[in-house]
Structure formats: C-alpha cells, structure tokens
Design a protein around this ligand. Structure first.
Ligand SMILES: *Cc1c(COP(=O)(O)O)cnc(C)c1O
Length: 477
C-alpha cells in the first residue's frame, strides 16, 4: 500500500462523524442537513488533499481534527460576509468601503421600518393606497426648490431612467469632456445606449463651445445634458459651456436641460470649511429642468439616486415602467428621509451628519487622536517597526471634488530595517491589520503604511483590539 492509500483508509465515514458528540452539538445549532453537507465537503476535501500530496503523513485524519474543520466551515457559512472595518485610507466616501456612514436617526429609522409594518404605500388619512414617494418628495422640493421629485436605487439608475424616459430613440448631445467613467462600470456612453438613446459627441476633450451644441441640435434631439465631471479635473486650456447658456439654448429649442450632478449637495459646503460643490438649488437657478445626484456621496445618506425638477417631467419619469424596477425599499426610504430632515437645520449638520462631521474634522483634533493611539499601535507592532505621526491629506472620495485636499494626520509605520525589502514587509503588515477582529484598512505609500485617522471615531475599540491580541508579523520572507 502506498502511504496515500494508507492515509485514505484512515478517514472516518460521514456516519461516524455525525455520531461524534462535538458534531451533535453542531447539529443542534445548524441543523442536520447543513452539518451533513459540511461533513461531506470536509471529507471530500481531505481525500483530494491526501491524493494530491506526496507526503500525506502530515495531514491529520483523526476525528477531532476533522470535527474542528467542520466547525470552522459551518462558522464561515453562517457568519455574515459583510463586516465592519476601520476606514483609515484617508478617503472619507470610499466606494469600496461603503461610502457615507449614516447618522443615528437614520439607523433608528431603518431598524423601525424593518421591524414592523408601516404606511409605506398607504395613506393613513384616507385609508386608501398611497405613493411611496410621498414620504420624501415634499422635503426634497423644500431643500432643492424643485417642483417635484422621485428617488431610485442609485444615481446611475436615476440617469438611466431620465434618459430612457425623456430621450428614447432620440439624440442627446453631450460634451466630449463629460463622457466620463465612474468606478469602472458606469460609463456615460454605455448608459446612453442602454437607455435607448443616441449619444452625439460635441466639442473636444478640453474645449466645448456653445456653437458646438447649436450645430448638434436638430428635430431628433431630445434634450441637452450636462454631466458634472466629479471624478477628474481638466486643467489648463479648457472651456465648458456654462449651464445658463446651455439651459437657454435648450429652452429656445423647446427641449429640457438636465444635469447629472454626481455627488450633489443640498447646502453650501464652504460653511464647513470645505471647497464649493454645486448645490441643486444653484443648478436650478441656472435653468436646469431636472437634476440627478447620489444619496450616499456628499449628501451623507443611504445609497439612492435623487431625481428632482419640473413637475411635468418628473410625472413622465415616474410613469416609466422601469421606475418600478428601480424603486427604493422601505428601509432606504426611512434612512433617506431622516437624513434629509437633518438638512432643515444646516447649523447642526456638522454635529449630526457623519459625512459632514468627518469631512470638516479639524487637523489638530486628528493629531491629538494620533498621539493617543500611537503607543497602542507601537506595542502591537513590536520592535521591528517604528511609528511616527505625520501630516497628510485626506480625500473626499466617490469622485467628489477630486482636487480638494483636507489637511489631516496619519500614523505612519515603517520597518526599522530601512527600505530593503520593505515593500513585501509592508504588504505583510497590511495583511496582519486586515486580520484583526475589526480589520484596519490603510494605504501603502513610499515604503510605509499610512493610517489616516480622520475617520477614526471609535479610538477605544481600535486600541482595545490591538492590546487584546498580538498578531505577529512575519518579518522574514
Ligand atoms: C457617482 C456618479 C454617478 C453614479 O452614482 P451612483 O449613486 O454611484 O450610482 C453618476 N454620475 C456622476 C457624475 C457621478 O459622479
């Protein structure tokens, strides 16, 4: 008998495994079907491993080891995949880390909406059917100055729905400088073709004039559109047609002017020491008929795409059957409404809305936090690394204000050995930080790992998990 055949012969049967007391306890928690499935998977993996390995004597086939593997597998199947992390990347609205953090009022509203029945589409005054948009369109109108509004699943859906409603089988001229891609999967030209309309590119990448638009308009033109190029900036010899001129050209030709604001905000961000970002109110003042923007970017709410504007156009958009496929669920409606209500009192926003609070957090406060946290981090790291506190710049993220740099402070970790091989070492350090109970995500730059503390609000939780468990970082490759 070869050694692998001998090892295969020692693997217990599924039935034998299921009779183990430790497995019976698992059956009690997870149910017999799932545990049987986990046992089969584990035993089959074990057989494959033994057959593939030359040195099979290393692989444990005793009941206790197998039971431990089954237990870990069941745990991984029944644990949520979505996990909280510490976002110390320096990007506040990080798309991959979930963008805006919600205020407590929104979280409470989501829990309540999830827990019990509600008047989602039920008019409590008349006892008749209601419209789910009624929960937020009045406040959106109040905050933006629009005549009417509706909300869909995200801003990509909002743009798609507007174009499909207002420009189906028609032409839409857009400046070449605004044919943007956002996060890989949202490309304006692709959205236009899926919306069933024909994109007419006008102007050049860096310069587009009013006469370029004038030349593109004909009887097939459905509308004029401006896309706020929020995730990049073209500097130097550039020209874009001002919204006001585009609006009056559109209206002269009896077609609507729509603006995709991207991030969009409902209040002047300069009051919080931030750079100016177009506000929906201002865009309407320039003559826009419809604007769209995201709920989870600068607005600081849940993922959503807000569509606001002229009542006749919103009515058309709402009657598009595609709206039904993109509508908000009750939990999002609860959160969005709570966030919008915070905007009724802009003076308190920096206190109440996490996105504004984090974006406007002063550098000296972040610095103080760094001084507090540094010893815990240094203890956890051990003697092979040293930490410093350094000035850095945070970014807003999600394509908002790409050139805006927010002065911040970071804990910077370097290897004591200097630059030699530090790239690989930094990656191992980043791995160890990601393996913490609440993974810590930083960024590697110039042979160092930077932890920008702008978004650290639970410093106690952060420090506690560092002192609870020392995860040794392999310093030898
Ligand atoms: C972010 C963005 C979108 C997409 O918004 P989502 O809410 O992520 O779907 C569309 N247009 C512009 C200009 C954007 O910046």
């Amino acid at each position: 008998m070869t050694s692998s055949k001998a090892a295969l012969a020692t693997i217990p049967s599924v039935d034998a495994i299921l009779r183990l007391p430790s497995i019976e306890a698992l059956i009690d928690t997870h149910g017999r079907a799932l545990v049987t499935d986990a046992a089969r998977t584990t035993l089959s993996d074990l057989r494959k491993k033994i057959t593939a390995e030359n040195e099979s004597s290393q692989i444990a086939t005793d009941e206790e080891s197998i039971s431990a593997v089954i237990s870990r597998l069941l745990k991984s199947w029944s644990e949520p995949s979505l996990q909280n992390v510490f976002n110390l990347t320096g990007t506040v609205l990080h798309t991959n880390l979930g963008r805006a953090l919600l205020p407590e009022v929104a979280i409470d509203a989501m829990v309540a909406a999830g827990r019990q029945a509600s008047n989602l589409e039920f008019n409590l005054a008349t006892g008749k059917r209601g419209d789910r948009d009624d929960h937020f369109n009045e406040i959106i109108c109040r905050l933006t100055g629009a005549e009417d509004a509706t909300v869909v699943n995200n801003n990509a859906a909002a743009v798609l729905l507007c174009l499909n409603t207002l420009a189906l089988r028609k032409e839409v001229p857009v400046s070449r400088g605004e044919l943007i891609e956002i996060g890989g999967s949202f490309r304006m030209p692709d959205i236009m073709s899926r919306a069933g309309c024909k994109l007419i590119e006008v102007g050049t990448t860096n310069r587009t004039h009013l006469k370029d638009f004038e030349g593109a308009i004909n009887e097939r033109t459905a509308l004029l559109m401006k896309v706020h190029t929020s995730n990049y900036a073209i500097e130097g010899f550039t020209k874009a047609v001002p919204e006001k001129e585009l609006a009056s050209l559109a209206h002269k030709n009896d077609i609507p002017f729509i603006v995709d604001l991207g991030s969009g905000t409902l209040t002047d961000l300069t009051q919080f020491g931030l750079p100016h970002e177009p506000i929906a109110q201002e865009t309407f003042a320039q003559g826009a008929d419809v604007v769209t923007f995201s709920g989870d970017k600068l607005l600081g709410g849940p993922q959503a795409g807000i569509i606001a504007g002229r009542a006749d156009l919103i009515a058309k958009i709402k009657s598009n059957p595609m709206k039904r496929a993109m509508r908000l669920d009750k939990v999002t409606i609860a959160a969005l409404t709570a966030v919008l209500q915070l905007y009724l009192n802009p003076e308190k926003l920096a206190e109440r809305l996490p996105t504004i609070r984090l974006l406007s957090r002063p550098q000296d406060e972040i610095n103080k936090l760094a001084v507090q946290v540094q010893p815990h981090l240094q203890d956890w790291l051990g003697p092979d690394f040293h930490t410093t506190i350094e000035d850095c710049h945070s970014q807003i993220g999600s394509g908002s204000l790409p050139l805006a740099k927010l002065p911040s402070a970071a804990l910077v970790i370097r290897s004591k050995e200097g630059k030699r091989k530090s790239g690989a070492l930094m990656r191992r350090l980043a791995d160890a930080l990601r393996k913490l109970p609440c993974p810590v995500i930083g960024r590697i730059q110039d042979n160092a790992l930077w932890l920008d503390l702008r978004c650290l609000e639970d410093e106690e939780g952060f420090a506690a998990q560092l002192s609870a468990k020392h995860v040794p970082i392999e310093t030898q490759s």
